[in-house]
Design a protein. Sequence first.
Length: 301
Amino acid sequence: MESTGGPYLNTAAVTSPVGIARLLQMTFGCTTFSLVAHQGGFSAAYGTFCMFVWTFCFAITVFIITCEFTHLHSCLTISWGNFTAAFAMLATLMSVTAAVIYPLYFVQLGCYPIGCEVRDFRIAASVFAGLLFVVYAAEVFLTRAKPGQVTSYMATVSGLLKIVQAFVACIIFGALVNDSQYSKYVATQWCVAVYSFCFVVTVVVVAFSVTGKTALLWFPFERSVVVYTFGAVLLYMSAAVIWPVFCFDSKYGSPRRPGLCAKSKCPWDSQLVIAIFTYVNLLLYVMDLAYSQRIRFVSHL
């Protein structure tokens, strides 16, 4: 009998430029964590983080390829376009972080004391980790919204910036818990409240976009996002002024790194990291506000 249901497999999922990029992501990701697990080795929180990144990204990429190749994504109650765009941006950020951290902490030019074979495996893993970042960045480049194109929100510049903002906030939180002494002053506690509030709302915006539930809200989602972004700019501007004053002014903190401060765990170092990434996130929110004036939200793609 002749089938009337159409093709059951979507070959474009693996033959299109985006599909090829995803196949390379799967290949490079599997190669990277296999090299590390087999002989390269990892230890401490840094190594565990790198292995988590590579295995997590590999698993989600396999899931995406499988769903698109078999059309199973049409059965999911999420906005598939928003989900894949958000994951590609997140994977790009996570993979570039791991590609920097692993060689920084585990690769050395000499063979002593780990042995030449282990060193070679670690160098190879670092190379494939770099290639993994490149192919994830390539997917973001290929799937981003083009000028005048109606597409998923997370594929727009504003949507992609939301992922970067949340990722930068996670870096700030990591520095905060690393003995940053933020509880010394009410002013620095206010900065922590700013970071936390903006992070939570940004994650909520991403979650509503990915789940495709924005049309069910009783208020205009797109207008609320723009208003929130404007508020986040103001909040981060306050933190960008308050945090450096209460950490690096001689009246409240130290303008220079204390000489007796431990190399691996120094509050001044954490405070400097927080200050830098506060300005980074402020710039990201300003860019987001500028781009959000020109986008059109589509929740069901």
